[in-house]
Design a protein around this ligand. Structure first.
Ligand SMILES: *Cc1c(COP(=O)(O)O)cnc(C)c1O
Length: 408
């Protein structure tokens, strides 16, 4: 099995990217790149140069500098994410806030617009990431909207058939994750978007576990709204800002509720009354998170160089290889796969389950194997294509196999 991993590494066109991340001494296998991407090796220098130069010497002039003004980072970094990973034309994506806050802002915008047209239901799925569910609960409470949950299979995810049965003339908004955070299920973005539209509703996609891993076609789907994290596959670093996408068709119509000066047209006139900036800039509320975006630029450089299709191809190969090891080594030891086997529906991570896995996690960490844990009893294997080798997957799962044979 290890020789097969070595052969896969030798044939991997993206293998060289692994050395472009900072080393992590003592780590045998980092299997959590889908929760927190590793830092690109140039990040320390880039941060240092930014602090000394653009900030230290440029000072407040940085906001409006002739070259690379910080004021326009939300749109410019947003456009880079859109081109590299979202399948979205420029002028529809901004970098801002956190994913949770952007979820609130964009979901509220769509719900308010739906309510004005007599639509009062918000469709979501019961196994979605907690923050998504909580944000919708809050919006439903403050706007007197009704939540319409879809019960999904936790080992899979939301299907077009389930969406078709849930949407209707009362649907204002449907919110789904494109890749499910537990199972890694890839939802059918095009089909689901079309179904929500047929019912007259709008759809908001959470792309946190897709962006930089599974190619997206937001414009081709006709998606209305989307949000996502940049600290997962995009390697922006802990707490790096989120991105939000608003389809051009909605720019003059949807109004997000956090009306701040940085999303106002002509913010420096400081005049009375809020008038949203034209285009997607109106999604911005306060001062752009410039310093926090510097590491992300290094992550985007790598993604642009590798190309999202090559990333997806390697991601599929990594999860296929991990699946083989799960079947050969772990299934006989009582481990269940709770992720899709179908490569079309399988995202960049796999979740495996066994009673008592929580206790195994400490042993894994002590041996330098770092996956993620998700209640109940789930170990999540996140395989970030740019920074993970096949040998690493082999070595990490071998440690897990051996731990399961140790007397508890
Ligand atoms: C990681 C993740 C988030 C995180 O939101 P934050 O505001 O960054 O904490 C939200 N939604 C999904 C689906 C996620 O996977």
């Amino acid at each position: 099995m290890r020789s097969r991993a070595a052969a896969l590494d030798a044939a991997d066109p993206l293998a060289g990217f692994r050395d472009r991340f900072l080393p992590a001494p003592g780590v045998v296998a980092y299997l959590d790149g889908n929760s927190l991407g590793r830092p690109v090796a140039t990040v320390p220098e880039r941060l240092d140069a930014f602090v000394r130069g653009a900030w230290g010497e440029g000072l407040i002039r940085g906001w409006t500098a002739a070259e690379d003004p910080w004021m326009s980072w939300p749109e410019r970094v947003g456009d880079r994410i859109a081109a590299a990973a979202l399948g979205a034309a420029p002028g529809q994506t901004v970098l801002a806030d956190s994913t949770t806050v952007l979820l609130y802002k964009l979901a509220r915008a769509a719900v308010d617009d739906g309510l004005a047209a007599g639509r009062d239901e918000i469709v979501f799925e019961t196994n979605d990431f907690p923050t998504d569910r909580y944000v919708l609960e809050g919006i439903a409470a403050e706007r007197w909207a009704r939540l319409r949950p879809i019960e999904t299979d936790p080992a899979a995810g939301v299907t077009p058939e389930q969406v078709a049965a849930a949407v209707g003339p009362r649907t204002a908004l449907a919110l789904f994750s494109h890749v499910a955070y537990r199972s890694g299920w890839v939802a059918d973005g095009a089909a689901i978007t079309a179904l929500v539209h047929d019912a007259g509703g709008r759809v908001l996609w959470d792309l946190s576990h897709s962006v930089g891993s599974v190619p997206l076609e937001l414009d081709a789907w006709g998606a209305d709204l989307a949000v996502g994290c940049t600290y997962k596959y995009l390697c922006g670093g802990p707490g790096s800002p989120a991105f939000g996408y608003v389809a051009r068709a909605h720019h003059d119509r949807l109004r997000q509720p956090v009306q701040g000066w940085m999303g106002r047209h002509d913010p420096f006139t400081m005049g009375p009354g809020y008038v949203p900036a034209a285009g997607v800039r109106g999604v911005v509320s306060g001062t752009p998170p410039v310093l926090a975006a510097v590491p992300l630029l290094a992550g985007l450089d790598l993604l642009e160089e590798a190309g999202i299709d090559a990333v997806r191809a390697k991601s599929r190969a990594l999860t296929a290889y991990a699946l083989d090891l799960v079947d050969a080594w772990l299934a006989p030891r009582g481990v269940d796969l709770v992720s899709p086997r179908d490569p079309e529906r399988r995202g960049g991570h796999l979740t495996i389950r066994r009673p008592g896995f929580r206790a195994v996690l400490d042993g894994l960490w002590a041996r330098g194997v770092i996956p993620d844990y998700r209640e109940p009893d789930g170990i999540r294997l996140g395989l970030a294509p740019l920074s993970t080798s096949f040998t690493e997957v082999h070595d990490g799962l071998a440690v897990l196999r051996d731990l399961l044979d140790e007397p508890g």
